[in-house]
Design a protein around this ligand. Structure first.
Ligand code: SAH
Length: 252
């Protein structure tokens, strides 16, 4: 059995209880060494064999899984954050399907949630934004042209940009071209929930300068939108005294 497991954003106690249990039981762990906190490996048993997938190809990862499977072992494939976001899990699962190897997936805390916790941020403030757009600039992996930053910027929703720390001049340009004001609040969160986490509030226009001034070149998320520091949002209806819900009668 292969368990795909979300490691969480960094702090080792932010893995789920289920994910930790899988790590404790695993005979083989293949972890994404570029971003997974190695402290998580301390949950493994002494006889566990550990591989760092940062140094492996897809084929090598699969062959480790296949060998473990033949030996009746349990494997954990440990991905950073939640495996469903930029996790490259589908390509592994498709090959496992072809080979008839069983697997399941255990969610994790994505870094976009870790970054929000670092900022005490709510992405979905009433009258500000009720949507979160998760996207990236194209790198070696292309982004479909219908998903341009400019087209998403037109919504003025809360936006979280992954995998783009080295492209902030261009990101700002596209955000502004798409409709965000230059002074729209923005934040850069580096290594959210790690001991060396850093966070900066800036604006869409100062993203690149903020990163350069603070030597942030990778492992960061850019968060864009008025939700970053809005003061004039509406209160929720759910907790409004004059609002009746399924669980509570209005008191005013
Ligand atoms: N599956 C992961 C994302 C993997 S893509 C998740 O759910 O978070 C890798 C990118 O995620 C990095 O380039 C960076 O943009 C972001 N990232 C991952 N961990 C991060 C963290 N702790 N703080 C800030 N950004 C992080």
């Amino acid at each position: 059995m292969i368990h795909f497991v979300g490691a969480g954003p960094g702090a080792p106690d932010l893995i789920t209880v289920r994910g930790k249990q899988y790590l404790e039981e695993a005979d083989v762990i293949i972890y994404a060494g570029s971003l997974v906190n190695p402290q998580l490996l301390e949950y493994s048993k002494d006889v566990c064999t550990i591989y760092n997938s940062a140094k492996m190809t897809l084929e090598e990862v699969i062959s480790v899984m296949e060998k473990a499977e033949k030996e009746g072992k349990t494997t954990v494939r440990l991905h950073t954050g939640d495996p469903c976001i930029y996790g490259a899990i589908r390509e592994q699962m498709d090959i496992l399907d072809e080979k008839g190897i069983a697997y399941d997936s255990c969610p994790g805390v994505s870094s976009f949630c870790g970054a929000a916790s670092a900022l005490n941020l709510e992405y979905t403030l009433p009258e500000i934004s009720q949507s979160v757009i998760i996207t990236r600039m194209e790198g070696r992996t292309p982004v479909p042209s219908k998903e341009s930053i400019q087209s998403f910027a037109a919504h003025q929703a809360s936006m979280v940009i992954f995998l783009s720390t080295g492209m902030l001049e261009e990101l700002s340009r596209r955000l502004i071209e798409g409709g965000y004001r230059e002074d729209t609040p923005a934040a850069i969160v580096y290594k959210a929930t790690w001991p060396d986490e850093k966070k900066f509030i800036c604006t869409v226009g100062t993203l690149a300068k903020t990163a350069a001034d603070n030597n942030i070149t990778k492992t960061a998320l850019m968060i864009i939108g008025d939700a970053v520091n809005a003061a004039d949002y509406d209160r929720s209806k759910l907790y409004d005294p004059s609002f009746t819900t399924e669980f509570r009668k209005a008191t005013k």
